[in-house]
Every structure is written in C-alpha cells, then in structure tokens.
Design a protein around this ligand. Structure first.
Ligand SMILES: Cc1cc2nc3c(=O)[nH]c(=O)nc-3n(C[C@H](O)[C@H](O)[C@H](O)COP(=O)(O)O)c2cc1C
Length: 435
C-alpha cells in the first residue's frame, strides 16, 4: 500500500470531433481533419499531458442513416490506437470490439498486438453490439440474452488465448536454434455452445498478460457480465442517486462472484459543456442544441425507444407512456430504453430526451464553468458513486480542450487527479493487478 490519497481514474472518449451530433458544425470543430492522424494525435497528446489514465474509442458497425446530419463516427479503433501508440508514451489505449460480430481469435490477436506495440497500455471494451447485423450476413440481430451468453464464452476464450504462451515460453537460444519451448505454449482446446477454438495464439504473452477488460452493461444481463468479467465499467446514468445505486450493484455483484470489488473500477460517464461563467455555459448548450437537426434527433430517440416514429411529436411535448413498446420486446439497447422510459415517466419533454441522446449518447451532461465541472466530479467521487470518469466532451476542440487544460489541472491541484504517471502500463495507472 502507498499513502497516496485515492485519486480519480480518468478516461477520455476520442475518435471523432466530439460526441454532440451538431458539434461538427462549429467553426473550429476540426471536422475536415477528423479522419487524419494529426487530429487524433493532437487530442491524445493533450490528454497525456493532463495525465489521464486512458483514451477510449467506441465502435459501431453501421451508419443508421446518420450521414445527412452527423459525420460517420469513426475510423476503426484498434488501427487508430496503434497509430497513437507511437505518438504517446504512457497513456492507456482502449477500444471497443464486438463479441457478436467477431471471432475471439481475431480480437485476441488485435489487442495482444496493441499491448505489445504500446508496451502494456491496451484495453478492450467488450461490446455485444445492438445493431449492424445487416453488415454481417442476412440473419436478424440475435437476442440480447444470446449475445451476452456468447460474450461470456468469448471473453473466456480470449483470456485463454492471451495466456496460451507461458511467461517463460521464449527461449531465444540462437546457438541451439530454439526460439520458444513448445511445452510452454499451450493449446486452448475450447469447445463451447457458441465457440470452438483450438489455439494457441500466434503471438507471445502480452506485457499485461490480459489487456484491461472494460464493459458498460446496464441491463440485468449486462451488469452480471460486468460484475463477473470487467475490470473497468462505464456507468451511463442520470443523477447521483442512480449512479450510486449502479456503483453499489456492480461492486456487490463482483463480490458475489468472489472478486475483489476494488478490482472493478466504475467510471461515471460525464459530458462537460464548458463556459467562462455558468451563464456562458448555458448559452453554449443552447447554441449546441440549435445545431441539431430536430427530425434527426427525434429519429435517434425513436430508435432507442424500440423503433417508434416520433415525427409527429413536438419537441416540447411529453411523450405518452403507452406509446412505448413492452420492455420485454426491446432487443437492442435495453439500458437506454429503460433510461428514457424513466425520464418520460418523470414527465421530461421530448426535447430533453433528444438533448441527452444527441449531446452525450445517454450519459450525464454537466453544464457550467471550470469550477462547477470540477465540483460536480468531486461530488460523485466523494459520494462513492464513481471511482473516476469516462469523459465525453461535446466538442474536442472547445469543451475537450478546456477540460484538459483547466478542469483537470484544478483537480490535480486539489489532489483528486494524478499529477504524474507512476507506472508504465494501463494496469499500473488503474491500480489493477496482473492476472
Ligand atoms: C461510455 C460507453 C461507451 C460505449 N461504447 C460502445 C461501443 O463502442 N460500441 C457498442 O456497441 N456499445 C457501446 N456501449 C454500449 C454498451 O456496451 C451497452 O450495450 C449499453 O450500455 C447497454 O447495456 P446493455 O447491453 O446491458 O443493455 C457503450 C456504453 C457506454 C456507457
């Protein structure tokens, strides 16, 4: 044990010019450079200068008709993160990869490679994917339960592949001509309901053994998966009470399967809208909202509510609850559906739902000056609702910049955020043991 006070773990969402669906229209958004290494490297270097734990890139496998109103979100995460491993020294590199539309051998190779190239900075966000099935054959999207069942097998196989080379497998004996000791490289021989993989992996043991396992389940199945397998969990909730409940459930769930609850770091999703004064920040939020195409925003919310048509509803209307399908038939994002259903029950307007969806993909939005955002983070942290934050700025060039150059330094000054990296791997930054 060290006597360092408990500090926040901080991830920054990158991979596009900002999360807000209208932010690309701002003059300095950088949208023309969005697919360049320069844009990504600039954000990565700033995040590393602020000593964050990791960069995070999400992955979605379909356009969903967004091209008219919002940029295609991403380059492929592992490709970008590999390039960023050369522009950075210490910061963690975390990306999503689907357990439904990939094979474990591919994913194990990708993240083992990233872990080697970055000398132990890789993390994998395990996602079951809620859409994109049309791009992977003609079958309908498998059920939510099926996707999590396959994900459970997938992560077991992937870990086994990462461990298939023992730590002392490499002999590199030039004289004798022995590269690796065959008895130290093991097959996996996995035969499950969904997957059959022989192994071993064709890559020696990654520096972290397992790249850090990340997940963001909100449904009952998703939370059970997170508690069992994840080392970092993203929490997508509105308000302190919901965040605290989720935090406690994840930690309890981990304990129930025999894990150390401190081996699961819960990061609360927060989208900071920043201004010089509280009034400026409110104004900025209004400006951003004005950049959204209302029909498109309604489509997004309708999609998350199970594919209902909201075209005829005004933004200032409250949606009737009986418009919503039975929760039992929701097969895409159950967590998001539950969140919006709850907000409708509370009497929130359609405008509020579109803002939450389009600003921060369902994560909490915090609007204020630097001091306010820092205080908000401290409040969640001190209340035991978060071990840190997954920060998702509406715009990298505006809010992201201020976040890194003003909010984080304030938190460092007050002892809540690290002022220097102590270790070299992502596991070191997160205080996670090597498996
Ligand atoms: C910060 C954050 C990032 C996420 N990134 C992705 C992603 O890259 N790809 C994806 O398909 N889902 C992503 N998700 C969705 C989750 O994986 C998960 O499906 C969602 O939270 C709903 O939970 P459920 O599957 O338990 O219903 C993300 C969620 C959060 C909160």
């Amino acid at each position: 044990m060290t006597d360092t006070p408990r500090q926040m773990h901080l991830f920054l969402v990158i991979g596009n010019v900002g999360q807000h669906h209208g932010a690309w229209r701002e003059p300095d958004s950088g949208i023309e450079l969005a697919d360049s290494i320069d844009f990504h490297a600039e954000v990565a270097r700033r995040a590393e200068a602020a000593k964050l734990d990791a960069l995070f890139i999400a992955d979605h496998l379909a356009m969903l008709g967004r091209e008219a109103h919002a940029p295609a979100q991403h380059l492929e995460p592992v490709t970008v993160l590999s390039a960023l491993s050369m522009c950075t020294e210490s910061i963690g590199l975390v990306g999503s990869a689907s357990t439904t539309f990939n094979e474990p051998f591919n994913v194990a190779r990708q993240f083992a490679s990233l872990d080697h190239l970055s000398r132990g900075r890789a993390g994998w966000n395990m996602v079951t994917s809620a859409f994109g099935e049309e791009n992977f054959g003609s079958d309908p999207l498998p059920s939510h339960a099926w996707r999590y069942e396959r994900a459970g097998e997938f992560v077991e196989v992937t870990k086994a592949l990462w461990r298939s080379w023992d730590a002392d497998a490499l002999a590199v004996d030039r004289e004798a001509g022995v590269y690796a000791r065959p008895e130290r490289v093991h097959p996996v021989n996995y035969r499950g309901r969904h997957l059959t993989v022989s192994g071993p992996l064709n890559i020696p043991r990654p520096p972290q053994v397992h790249p850090v396992l990340v997940q963001a389940g909100t449904s009952a199945d998703g939370m059970a998966f997170a508690s069992r397998h994840a080392e970092v969990v993203f929490s997508a909730h509105q308000g302190l009470a919901m965040a605290k409940r989720y935090y406690d459930q994840i930690k309890r769930g981990a304990e129930q399967v025999g894990r150390d609850p401190d081996g699961v770091k819960v990061l609360f999703g927060l989208s900071p809208v920043l201004g010089d004064t509280p009034g400026d920040a409110q104004e900025r939020q209004r400006v951003l909202a004005g950049l959204l195409n209302a029909d498109y925003a309604k489509q997004l919310v309708g999609f998350q509510l199970g594919g209902i048509d909201l075209a005829d509803y005004g933004l200032d209307e409250k949606l009737p609850l009986d418009l919503l399908p039975d929760p039992a038939v929701i097969n895409r994002r159950q967590g998001r559906f539950d969140l919006y259903r709850q907000l409708i029950e509370e009497g929130q307007t359609l405008r509020r739902l579109t803002e939450i969806e389009a600003t921060a993909a369902g994560l909490q939005v915090a609007v204020g000056d630097v001091e306010h955002i820092a205080k908000e983070m401290v409040t969640y942290f001190e209340a035991g609702a978060a071990d840190g934050f997954i920060l998702i700025p509406p715009s990298q060039r505006v809010d992201g910049r201020r976040l890194l150059s003003e909010v984080i330094p304030l938190l460092q000054e007050r002892g809540y955020a690290r002022a220097a990296y102590q270790g070299t791997t992502l596991r070191d930054h997160l205080g996670l043991t090597r498996p």
